[in-house]
Design a binder for this molecule. Structure first.
Ligand code: ZN
Length: 263
């Protein structure tokens, strides 16, 4: 699994093949919380603050949207994406794979230093619904440790590879005091989707409290070059429509998100 993920698109193709089903459609009858003592979360995890009614009222007039980038970091595309975000004064969220953090800890560090949110996307990009509890917790835990080591930050957001979650997987994630983050707009950038097609998709389906799924590594050959080309134009055009581009943390803090997307 690991080798296939790192070599490119085979797993990422599956990512788009399965998760287009609405979030929460997968389910499991298992509800036990993680019991593996080795994989118990550290006690310093802090969930994003639950928005008060006043926060929600104060944020009601804002049009917030979050750009998210999965599967990095790397030294080629993630850095270009960070440059574009910096040039445009936009904060985003990166769901990183543990093995990639191990290879490019300085890029992971840069993500955090430049004010972006960093989230857990598993160690080896495995389908967490197909793993034993022990293996699943190891995927989560090793990645947490790699991110903490590289950035000093403890993630409190996780996006399961392929968006594949079940009640059991959610219980594991919540056992680490993390929230699972799905998306509302799938660019299908990993497939090499043409830039104009992705632009139309984002502008048509973007909405208040939305979350746009893109990648900063992997996919088919040259696919992420399209993502890099797409980014400046969606930033400009979303801003022109009155959107503020924020991190998933800010979306949560504002109360402006769908309960079915962030669990
Ligand atoms: Zn992924």
């Amino acid at each position: 699994m690991l080798a296939a993920c790192l070599s490119g698109c085979s797993l990422l193709q599956a990512e788009a093949a399965s998760p287009e089903a609405a979030p929460g459609e997968t389910s499991s009858t298992e509800t036990a919380p993680p019991t593996n003592a080795e994989a118990q979360p550290p006690t310093d995890h802090v969930l994003p603050p639950t928005p008060s009614p006043t926060d929600k009222e104060n944020n009601e007039h804002r049009k917030l949207i979050a750009l998210t980038f999965d599967d990095g970091p790397d030294s080629k595309y993630t850095t270009q994406i960070l440059d574009i975000l910096a040039e445009n004064d936009v904060k985003a969220t990166f769901f990183v794979v543990g093995t990639q953090v191990g290879k490019y800890p300085e890029v992971a560090k840069r993500i955090v230093e430049e004010g972006h949110s960093i989230g857990n996307h598993s160690w080896s990009h495995s389908d967490l619904t197909k793993l034993s509890e022990k293996a699943r917790n190891k995927e989560i835990d090793r990645t947490q440790q790699a991110i903490i080591e590289a950035t000093g930050n403890t993630p409190h957001l996780l996006r399961a590879p392929y968006g594949a979650i079940s009640k059991t997987v959610l219980n594991s994630i919540h056992g680490y005091d993390m929230k699972h983050v799905y998306w509302t707009v799938d660019t299908r950038d990993w497939a090499g989707t043409p830039v104009d097609e992705m632009h139309r998709n984002v502008m048509t389906n973007a909405g208040k409290g939305g979350i746009v799924l893109m990648h900063s590594f992997g996919g088919r050959k040259h696919a992420i070059e399209h993502t890099v080309k797409l980014l400046p134009s969606i930033i400009k055009d979303l801003k022109a429509k009155g959107y503020e581009l924020v991190t998933v943390d800010e979306l949560i803090a504002s109360g402006q998100y769908s309960q079915s997307v962030i669990k």
